[in-house]
Design a protein around this ligand. Structure first.
Ligand code: KG4
Ligand code: ZN
Length: 338
């Protein structure tokens, strides 16, 4: 297996890892969350500058932690899409420069392919075909993983991503940024049956519902209405109960679609990835539903659910072993299908 130095700078984490196959030799994640918190969300220009300030130190630290010399690195990888263009450019430029400097093959990796590979890091037995449920701040997708590089998207969100819904609902409940972990924490003290929120089904022209697609913008609006109604009465907002009910609705919506999709496509394993894979309600609901339906469900360790470079390195290691490389003229893209 190829030993890869991988860089991930698509959003607000500056991350560098050294990975050989499924073995993580070092992984450093420097989060910009404290920088962006004061603005209530990620500010793209601030993110690019923060990546630039720290990327060289993180690369050096990853090499020191792995106790490897450059002669032992077989290739360099960097996330090329999707994400914030300025932020992606920092990691890609650093990666290409290292590849040129040390005469190594270079590979641009799709961020979502990285999230799919996060599960491989903890599960040596996992191999395609399986169903990937990708739930992050930017995506909510059900992906049929056929083999390395062959992915078929079977379901998506029609509007907000699951993580985006968590962040928006957290903002309106004044829970701060990032919203997912804040809602997860406070929901543990609430009653998840206190409010009934709409699950957000996507209608089909024949009068039925799309079995795998999701929609979270209606759910967010329903939460807003409840908050506004309670505010009008002057009563205190039951933040814990609203958070727990909202979280349970999202967990249920994702679970239903993922289980149905796995059964329909006769895939016996669901591998969950992305920041929302850290959510405790989703873990519990999906694990129970998979047990009932004789499906295997795999969640990456929490540190590999949210953005990291180890997942990018894991994907790159397999691609490089197959002889796949990118040209140094490869560009970055804010949006790109998997
Ligand atoms: O994968 P990720 O780090 O970045 C993207 O590629 O988007 O995901 C970040 C998203 C944020 O929306 C954050 O609120 C959400 O993941 N998140 C969570 C939890 N931890 C992070 N959502 C729900 N529960 C959590 N425990
Ligand atoms: Zn991500």
């Amino acid at each position: 297996m190829a030993t890869v130095l991988a860089i991930e700078t698509s959003c607000d984490e500056t991350a560098v890892a050294i990975v050989s196959g499924r073995e993580v030799k070092s992984s450093i994640i420097s989060s910009q969350i404290p920088v962006h918190r004061q603005y209530g969300g990620v500010v793209p220009e601030v993110a690019s500058r923060a990546h630039l300030e720290i990327i060289n130190d993180i690369i050096t630290q990853a090499m020191v932690d792995a106790q490897l010399g450059w002669e032992e690195i077989d290739g360099i990888a960097a996330t090329c899409a999707p994400g914030l263009v300025g932020a992606l450019l920092v990691g890609m430029t650093a990666g290409k420069t290292l590849a040129m400097l040390y005469s190594k093959p270079f590979l641009g990796v799709h961020h979502l392919e990285g999230h799919i590979y996060a599960t491989y890091l903890s599960e040596p037995t996992l191999k395609p075909p399986f169903l990937s449920l990708l739930v992050s701040g930017g995506h909510t997708s059900l992906i049929h993983v056929q083999e390395c590089g062959a992915y078929k998207t079977l379901g998506e969100t029609r509007d907000d991503a699951a993580g985006e819904a968590f962040d928006k609902v957290a903002r309106l409940l004044k829970l701060g940024y990032p919203g997912g972990p804040a809602i997860d924490r406070i929901a543990s003290q609430g009653n998840s049956k206190a409010f009934v929120f709409p699950e957000g089904r996507v209608s089909l022209p024949n009068g039925g519902y799309h079995p795998y697609d999701a929609s979270f913008s209606g759910l967010k609006t329903a939460v807003l209405r409840v908050v506004q109604q309670i505010e009008q009465t002057g009563a205190p907002i039951p933040v814990e109960d609203i958070a727990a009910s909202f979280q349970a609705t999202v967990a249920q919506a994702l679970t239903k679609r993922a289980v149905r999709c796995a059964l329909d496509y006769e895939l016996d394993t669901i591998a969950v990835g992305g920041g929302v894979a850290a959510n405790s309600a989703l873990r519990k609901t999906l694990t129970a539903a998979c047990a009932e339906n004789n499906l295997r469900v795999l969640f990456p360790p929490l540190k590999f659910c949210t953005d990291n470079a180890a997942m990018i390195g894991c994907a790159a290691s397999e691609h490089l072993a197959l002889g796949n490389t990118s040209s140094l003229s490869l560009g970055v893209h804010s949006r790109l299908a998997l």
